[in-house]
Design a protein around this ligand. Sequence first.
Ligand code: SF4
Length: 412
Amino acid sequence: MLQPLKPKSRDSLGRIMTRYYEGNHLEAAKGKFVVWIAIIVPTELLKGFDLIVCAPESHSAMCAARKVGAAQCEKAESVGYSMDLCSYARIDLGTFFDQGRGSPSMGLPRPDLLISNNDNCSLLVKWFDVYHREYGVPHFVMDVPFCYQSQQEKDRRYILNQFQDLIRLLEEMTGQKFDYDKVREAVRETNEAMKHWTRFLKLAAHRPSVNTAFDSFAHMAPYFTWMRGDPALTEHFKLLADEAEAELAAGRFPVPNEKYRLMWDNIAPWHQLRRMSTRLAELDANIVWSTYATSIGRVEDRLDFFEWDGGDPLHYLARLQNRGWCCYGMDLRYKAMAEMIERYSIDGIVFGSNRSCKVYSVMQMDLQKRLARDFGLPTVMIDVDHADVRKYNEENVFLKLEAMMERIAAEN
Ligand code: SF4
């Protein structure tokens, strides 16, 4: 049975996320300039201005984790949005069309500017375009080159030029002067936060693991908000890493009789965090590592922390634009996953074929074949949707998971 661990970190998470969502509404009511961003947009750059920054994707993930995702999706579907669209988009659009009702945060305050990017998918740009039309506010789209190899200097320059365009636009719209020193400070702060995040993740190497991937999914939340570059994020990740280290020293583990060490590939199944982790623990299985939790703090095929060297913060932020899994090719994904398997003694891989996120899922069949062949590992492909529980069948999923575990047991 899964032991409830890391209580201080859980309290801290609840506190800072509540403060963030409530604070946004309060500050917006006082007339502060509101920007909505895609989660990969570098919030450290925006810290050069005095703004409220909201992330619709994070709002959708929060709704799904709080079990209202499907209800919000239905609201978007009822006005004509297809069920095949990403559930993040449907949740957030459903919230918008119902004026915030049904959302634990009552939606997000009205934006003055929208900033999206195509790092992940083009759907996101179209989704923000709906708000562009409905609210009649500008929509800045950041164009980020897809990487088949590591990001090139010319790609970086191309991104940096767009940062300059964005800075000019914000200066014009807000009447504020861009503060470069504040950006430098924010990057320094994120760098500190990510050292603790990496320290926390690495503890999964211990057998049994002191962490589950479900811990990391939940605690990633503040990173994907305005808290990047904020001391609150550093304090939170430090607390998390310290608490996990203390539990390791005390021999307290989420799955004490850990028999199967699994890896998860895709976005977190937000509506199943507790349910899936508890059921796996009852089978002495733990998803100890995920590709998703490493979409922050590193770049492309490297597994180690990608540290800021103290140089130009804008250059560093441009380098980070290709860090998410969706904006680079299969060879880079393969290299990173191969290293994860070896470093964290993975016994089997769970590929979550995500009905919503086609870009994350598109290479999974090839990756599954290559990794199974090269490492002789049992793997399984399960159907899931990260935020729409209606597209998830728990019994079918566990039938497949249990079959994989039987194979692991038979082969070891
Ligand atoms: S399809 Fe994937 S990358 Fe695009 S918005 Fe949805 S979850 Fe994000």
